[in-house]
Design a protein around this ligand. Structure first.
Ligand SMILES: [Zn+2]
Ligand SMILES: [Zn+2]
Ligand SMILES: [Zn+2]
Ligand SMILES: [Zn+2]
Length: 237
């Protein structure tokens, strides 16, 4: 099987870079913005990854709270049925007991990120403590840049080139939640065949292919923002 590559577009110049190259590229823009503007207000360039292929680059104001970051992550990648979530600094052992309220786990969400973040810090984020989606948040750098929007998307991985598991030619558009030896992702036409063979498909096990590390988990069927990049991969004409 062909290895899937992960690339992102730069929000400033619209050029496409590999997941490795985009970080450095964005840094060059941010350095310039910092130099060209004089402010005491701070923003952080953070990179959020889910597995090896999914990433978000965000510029977040020091004034934004973890609540606001949580809300953003839910809207772009995660929200299915209002599960609990947590932020923790990597390496801080979770002291959790059964009597603990969910709100007590990890960093208090009302905290402003500027109180916690510093360059090179790594945090672990979890959404849903049952079928958990784990994300890693890296604070790439801090800048004297004012960010009135509070949270700005700098780049995210473009829809991944996921091909139909049956024909191997067309982009997969749906997946089946049930396990099948021959794979569970289907293009438009192979989907029809699968619907005839698979009992659960029409009733409950059909889900959309979406651009998120929570694809195919619980009731997740796509985000609420940046919708044009949440869809399926499109073959170049
Ligand atoms: Zn650029
Ligand atoms: Zn759910
Ligand atoms: Zn197919
Ligand atoms: Zn099926």
């Amino acid at each position: 099987m062909k290895k899937i590559k992960s690339e992102g577009k730069c929000c400033y110049c619209d050029k496409t870079y590999s997941s490795g190259g985009i970080t450095r590229h964005l840094s060059s823009h941010l350095n310039k913005i910092e130099t060209d503007n004089s402010t005491k207000k701070k923003s952080y360039h953070i990179k959020i990854t889910g597995g090896k292929l999914y990433f978000l680059h965000i510029l977040i104001s020091e004034k934004a709270t973890f609540d606001e970051l949580d809300f953003y992550l839910r809207n772009i990648w995660l929200e299915c049925c209002g599960h609990l979530s947590s932020f923790e600094i990597k390496g801080t052992k979770r002291s959790m007991d059964y009597y603990m309220e969910a709100e007590e786990i990890g960093i208090k969400k009302a905290t402003k990120v500027g109180k916690t973040f510093h360059k090179d810090m790594i945090l672990e984020y979890e959404y849903d403590f049952g079928s958990t989606t784990e994300l890693t948040i890296k604070v790439v750098n801090e800048y004297f840049i004012e960010n009135k929007e509070k949270i700005q998307l700098l780049s995210r991985n473009e829809p991944l080139e996921i091909l139909c598991h049956t024909c191997g030619k067309e982009a997969a558009e749906v997946l089946c939640l049930l396990w099948h030896e021959s794979g569970n992702m289907f293009c438009e036409s192979c989907k029809e065949t699968h619907a005839e063979e698979c009992g659960g498909f029409a009733d409950y096990s059909e889900m959309n292919i979406v651009n998120s590390p929570r694809m195919g988990v619980c009731a997740y069927n796509g985000g609420y923002i940046d919708l044009e990049r949440d869809g399926i991969w499109q073959k170049a004409e």
